[in-house]
Write a new protein. Structure first.
Ligand code: TEU
Ligand code: CA
Length: 499
């Protein structure tokens, strides 16, 4: 289980209202107590913050808002002391407009770094090179650089020019970035929109029916796979286990699966279709069957994610705490590597952000609300944090939920403990089993260890016959372990074992 931290919103050590690296270090006990295996930190690098750190102006330094390199080293050491892995974000496909590489590139057409980015001449009447659209604005993915008279490509904001990975110097420079952090001791990288590093050299128009879809979601070319094989060799060349998990933001699981190569590209790729699946047994059954067929060993391994810093939280999407609790059993019962997003363990909903406080160009502020640590007015933060609190923070905060044995927080902790102790849950095969409409039932087996997960996605009580030798180990609804009574309550999930 990897736990995603969005540094701005986790914990603020110096009291400026913005989370920082020292804040994370001071709160590591929470993560050890919860039972996660490692952290993934969203970007904390130098950045003008047009995309809140996904616009990097120096890959090898910490933004002063978050601290210093020494603070990072201290965080890494403290995490490792507790046996927690640390995976950091790496944004290979674009830099900030303020990165020295781009400043040089735009200085003149003949600058040696010109070709580190993607430039084209406008047509005679200012026509654009193609119909690609940028994420967030849905405007053109091209912006004119007035002083040199050429257009540069940006799959995201105009402040985020795309790098040209066709240029071997760019590849070398990005490899150096990875070495810098691997040498410092990080356990791996979450590679941001990594499918977007390669580009079709012809830069062809997107098909007319897809012209309005941001091009970053369509870009899927062979050259990227060559780059990934090199990156995999680089990462695997380091001692210990280092992880390369890629954000492959493409439309289908089939496309995503191809980024594992033959076991020689990404170790893991986020499988996003389930993140967009609605609360439905039938839909989830399909997602699991697809993952079982596509992310098969030895070359691949599934990953599961319900929430992150880009999408409305699943507690908000699914619409109730009962469902969020059942979803926790689902997430931690599946075969593969689960990811959870900070605050998921509190059952946080998205904050309601009034228009005057919206700051993200993609409108993703709601899921980035600060983490409430305690019941006090400041919830463990000094002054007002950079975004409003999630709903109900007076009751829904770490301190209050720790004191409540029936809370969703305690449910997550129990589940993580059970998963750690069970080879079937961590490593076992998964078998989808027949179940009544609206119910998802699967079995996990590893050697003599066997677990069952049963989830009722409906609003009705449903009778489900199970092997009488099975007993409840954990009930998402908070009921006691022990005898299974032949039925599931609405939105209830059970973890069962031979008892
Ligand atoms: O996200 C990639 C991406 O495609 C999403 O931005 C998605 O299109 C959007 O969130 C839909 O709401 C990654 C990062 O996770 C995101 O935070 C960055 O903004 C983006 O890349 C650019 O680096
Ligand atoms: Ca701070």
């Amino acid at each position: 289980m990897l736990y995603q931290i969005y540094p701005r919103s986790f914990a603020d050590a110096n009291g400026d209202g913005i989370g920082d690296l020292n804040g994370i270090r001071e709160r590591l006990d929470h993560l050890s107590w919860l039972g996660v295996d490692g952290l993934w930190l969203s970007p904390f690098f130098r950045s003008p913050m047009h995309d809140f750190g996904y616009d990097v102006s120096d890959y090898c330094d910490v933004d002063p808002l978050f601290g210093t390199l020494e603070d990072f080293d201290a965080l890494l050491a403290a995490a490792h002391e507790r046996g927690l892995r640390v995976v950091i974000d790496w944004v290979p496909a674009h830099t900030s407009k303020e990165h020295p590489w781009f400043r040089e590139a735009r200085a003149s057409r003949s600058n040696p770094k010109r070709d580190w980015y993607v430039w084209r001449d406008p047509g005679p009447s200012g026509e654009l090179p193609n119909n690609w659209t940028a994420t967030f604005t849905n405007g053109p993915a091209w912006t004119l650089d007035e002083s040199t008279g050429q257009l540069y490509l940006h799959s995201f904001l105009a402040e985020q020019p795309d790098l040209n990975w066709e240029n071997p110097e760019v590849v070398r420079a990005q490899h150096e970035v990875l070495r810098f952090w691997l040498d410092r001791g990080v356990d791996g990288f979450r590679a941001d929109v990594v499918h977007n590093i390669g580009k079709d050299p012809m830069l062809p128009d997107a098909p007319a029916e897809r012209a309005r879809i941001p091009h970053s979601v369509l870009n899927d070319v062979p050259s990227t796979h060559e780059h990934l094989r090199e990156l995999r060799r680089l990462v695997d060349g380091y001692p210990g286990e280092r992880l390369l998990v890629g954000e492959v933001f493409l439309l289908t699981s089939e496309q995503i699966a191809s980024y594992y190569g033959k076991g020689d590209e990404l170790h893991l790729a986020f499988n996003f279709p389930p993140l967009f699946a609605k609360w439905s047994a039938e839909r989830w059954r399909e997602c699991i069957a697809t993952a079982e067929s596509l992310f098969a060993e030895p070359h691949a391994w599934p990953s599961w994610v319900l929430s992150n810093h880009d999408q409305p939280r699943h507690r908000t999407r699914y619409g109730s705490e009962a469902r969020a609790r059942a979803a926790a059993v689902l997430l931690l019962g599946l075969r593969g590597t689960p990811f959870m997003y900070m605050g998921e363990e509190l059952g946080l909903e998205d904050a309601v952000v009034p228009p005057e406080r919206v700051v993200d160009p993609g409108g993703r502020d709601g899921c980035r609300a600060p983490f409430p640590w305690d019941a006090s007015a400041g919830h463990g933060w000094g002054p007002e944090p950079w975004l409003p609190w999630p709903p109900d923070a007076a009751a829904r905060n770490l301190e209050s939920l720790r004191a409540d044995p029936g809370s969703i927080l305690q449910l997550y902790r129990s589940l993580l403990g059970l998963r750690h102790a069970s080879p079937a849950l961590r490593l076992g095969d998964l078998e989808l089993c027949d179940a009544p409409t609206g119910v998802l039932l699967f079995r996990r087996v590893h050697g003599a260890d066997e677990r069952w997960v049963a989830i009722n996605f409906t609003e009705e009580r449903v009778s489900v016959a199970l092997d009488p030798a099975l007993a409840i180990q954990l009930d998402s609804g908070g009921g006691p372990p022990g005898r299974y009574r032949g039925r599931l309550e609405p939105d209830q999930a059970l973890l069962l074992a031979r008892g």
